[in-house]
Structure formats: structure tokens, C-alpha cells
Design a protein around this ligand. Structure first.
Ligand code: NAI
Length: 217
């Protein structure tokens, strides 16, 4: 069945959680789960799960529940896990190195094809099998390899110029750790901003305000 035209961002943000949860079930050798069990294990209501999956046509069978591998395959297809979008990291400092080491192409729908830095001293070093290239090589590299995603692990002050260069090189989407607001300048570019400190602040708020678990995602 075709997907609904509009899917809310909270549903989209839950898809990776379903995908990960179903992988865990597969690891446990479970290949069938009732909506009740799924709801109890994920701490989401059965109706929430049904509504989420109905955005994409619905997959369970009345009285049977969900086929785990089938549902995981379908959700993987919706996310596009197998498409392996080409990604590069810009900034080979502490964060960029950690991102490179933990970049898991088998789980994140992207393939890391390069890492770039302005610092000449980093040129040529190998991080988890990926060679650091100097920024002066970015244009030629993008012409040839056509990366679609850039992971920005550079300071905010550099991010304006760097994102402009990357967009002119054909990059369409940013996983942005830089705190620079790319959306203010380009509304047609896809940006996922990540602020780990915001997550910690949310936790601090919950502790300080005695707030229970947030089941939204
Ligand atoms: P770092 O100083 O270790 O690394 C930054 C790297 O960016 C350096 O290797 C530097 O040569 C490179 N760089 C600077 N300007 C560049 C340019 N124009 N083109 C290419 N490379 C350039 O810093 P770290 O710890 O890796 O952090 C990087 C940035 O990420 C910082 O701004 C930090 O605040 C931010 N950050 C954000 C987090 C988040 O959750 N959003 C978490 C951790 C860090």
C-alpha cells in the first residue's frame, strides 16, 4: 500500500527505534510478536504502534501480530537502509575521529567514503580505514564520488563557509554537529542538527522536575 503523503516527524523519529527493536528480537530468535507484547516491550501503546505503522499501510495481521523479519525488512525499506547514501565527514578532530570510528554502515543507511580537514598535519592519516584528505581535495573528490551527505564536525565559525562549499559540490544533506544554523541560509537543504548537550539538558530538566519517562520517541 502506498505511504500517506504526510508523516509527522515524531513518527519518522520512531522508525529507527522500531528497526533497532526488531533487530534485537531477531537476535533473540523471536520471529512473531503480538501487538500487546510489542507495546509492553517498547513501552508504546498498541494503538500508537498501529497508528505509526498505518502511516505506511499497516503490516500486522489481526489475531497474528507482526512477523518480525518481515516488519523489519519493510521498515528498513521505508527508511532506505540498504540504499547506502554516500557520506563524508568534515573535521577530523576529536568528534570527527570518534564519528569515523563508530560509523556503522551496516546500521545507518550511509556509507562513509571520506574524511576531510583543513589541517595539513592530518592529511594522509588513517582513521578506522578511512584516509583523511585535505580540504583542497574536496572539490575533485565530490566531482568523482558525489557524496550526498556531509557530517559537520567542525567549529561553528568554519561551518558557514564549509557548508556553502559542500552545497556547491552537490551535498544535499547535513548531519550537523557544528551549532551553525544551516537552515537559516538554505531552506531546501536537509539538515539533522545534533546537540548532545541538549539531550543532557533534557535529562537534567527531567531529574530536576521529577518528570517520568517520555514515551514520545
Ligand atoms: P577539534 O578541535 O578536536 O576538531 C575540529 C577539527 O575541525 C580540527 O581538526 C580542525 O582542523 C577542523 N577544521 C576547522 N576548520 C575547518 C575547515 N574550515 N574545514 C575543515 N576542517 C576544519 O574539535 P572537536 O572536539 O572535534 O569538536 C568539533 C566541533 O563539534 C566543535 O565546534 C564542538 O563544539 C562541536 N561538538 C558538537 C557536539 C554536538 O553534540 N553538537 C558534540 C561535540 C562537539
Amino acid at each position: 500500500m502506498p505511504a500517506k503523503k504526510y508523516v509527522s516527524s515524531s513518527v519518522i523519529r520512531r522508525l529507527p527505534r522500531y528497526y533497532r527493536f526488531l533487530a534485537e528480537l531477531q537476535k533473540e530468535g523471536i520471529n512473531k510478536i503480538s501487538s500487546g507484547d510489542m507495546s509492553a516491550r517498547m513501552k508504546l501503546t498498541a494503538s500508537q504502534i498501529r497508528q505509526d505503522l498505518n502511516c505506511y499501510g499497516g503490516f500486522g495481521q489481526q489475531g497474528y501480530g507482526y512477523n518480525v523479519s518481515e516488519l523489519r525488512r519493510e521498515i528498513g525499506e521505508i527508511i532506505g537502509v540498504e540504499k547506502k547514501l554516500k557520506a563524508i565527514i568534515v573535521g577530523a578532530g576529536n568528534l570527527g575521529r570518534a564519528m569515523t570510528i563508530h560509523f556503522d554502515s551496516s546500521k545507518n543507511g550511509c556509507e562513509l567514503i571520506g574524511i576531510f580537514d583543513i589541517n595539513l598535519q592530518l592529511e594522509g592519516i588513517n582513521i578506522a580505514g578511512v584516509e583523511v584528505r585535505h580540504m583542497s581535495k574536496l572539490g575533485a573528490f565530490c566531482d568523482k564520488e558525489k557524496p550526498e551527505i556531509a557530517v559537520l564536525c567542525i567549529p561553528k565559525e568554519s561551518a558557514g563557509t564549509v557548508s556553502e562549499t559542500l552545497i556547491s559540490c552537490g551535498v544535499k544533506a547535513f548531519w550537523n554537529f557544528s551549532s551553525y544554523d544551516i537552515h537559516l541560509h538554505y531552506d531546501d537543504i536537509i539538515v539533522e542538527n545534533v546537540h548532545l548537550a541538549d539531550s543532557l539538558l533534557t535529562l537534567a530538566y527531567s531529574v530536576n522536575n521529577d518528570k517520568g519517562r517520555d514515551d514520545d520517541i
